[in-house]
Write a protein that binds this ligand. Sequence first.
Ligand code: URA
Length: 447
Amino acid sequence: MNVVELIRKKRDGEALTEAEFRFLISGYVDGHVPEYQMSAFLMACFFRGMTKEEILTFTKLMLFSGEVVDLSEIPGIKVDKHSTGGVGDKVSLLLAPIVAACGVPVPMISGRGLGHTGGTLDKLESIPGFRTNLSVAEYKKVINDIGLVMIGQTKEIAPADKKMYALRDVTATVECIPLIAGSIMSKKLAEGIDALVLDVKTGRGAFMQTEEKAIELAQTLVEIGNGFGKQTIGFVTDMNQPLGSAIGNWLEVVESVECLRRNRGNNDESKDLMDVTLLLSGAMVFLGKKAKSIHEGIERCREVVSSKKAYQKFLQLVHMQGGDASSIENLEKYPIPVLSLDVKTSEKGFVGAIDSLELGLAGIALGAGRQRIDDTIDPKAGIVLRKKVGDRVEPGEILAILYTDRDQEASAARDRISKAFKIVSNKPTPQPLIKYIVDREGVKAWR
Ligand code: URA
């Protein structure tokens, strides 16, 4: 088989066979297919898409590029969640310990920052010493000992996604339903789960900017999950403003810890973060058969947050994966960025919209994300929002604060962040944060 021929075939809109996909994916993993040819193939997929049958074949081959972990000796129904990616989306950091504290084991394989969105691995690795590259044996030991584990794709588990994910990040080939489906579901099906909850983001800061596209992606993911025998529920949730207040790796760890430790998120700028976290956690607790409904699951999750059991679980996780738990207990001891700049408004009115795509891109410029595969991330860099959609503002008030060591980027980023806030004269009507639930029965508005 000839790689150029396969690129041409996809470029011209033809469907590939299983043997052709296998040739490309295994060749890419073992190094016979170079990055430049895979980049061209991914761009052809971006423009031409895949048939339903191709998506299933692609996902299966991505999955079997590595090992499928067997967790059958671990008692309980193992449940995970995955988000399609958003700005300020630190839900996994909160949800995994919450669900584990409710008695449902959570094996989680996540990714790094992708496009303008942040990644769970980069956030976890901002905790001094935290290891996300565990071997399969270590992975099994951690979940067995404490009921949760959080790692990245490895040479053994989902290796095709490990390589392709990093390549898509820097070749503008992320926003493509077949590639997202193969990427997410290969990781999730490899980790040893029995059931899965998906959070498909929609809006300006999401890869799927329209609700129609988000529903299509949710249906594709739910169909693949159920097709592989894993009970799967998807939600479509809003990403028209960042989730919570922090954007940037360590800043997001801090916000998550404060939600777990100090019950932040009740009636402040972290409320949307906590609402989405409790919904997805509640659905996981329901799938894990520790609650009779999603709503009952949400109540159970609230209890383990209030009792600090979820916070204790998070500390246990940090400790078990080599992290310095004292950095979590003493958040103020973390290194401080060289620069912090206030972003102020000169207008009076209400925040009508916050462009999360722009904030995600500003975060990357400040050092919180990558522009090239080999870029290193500055864990301290990022943005903290002081105002969210619907808040009243007066001239001179602070909208956000940016943090960076890159003084040459700071003033352009400040302008970009300022322009991302749209100030309007009338208080905007609140939009639903959680829009749809997608399961075997179809798509329904969430209530
Ligand atoms: N999350 C993933 O794991 N993969 C994608 O392609 C997009 C979001």
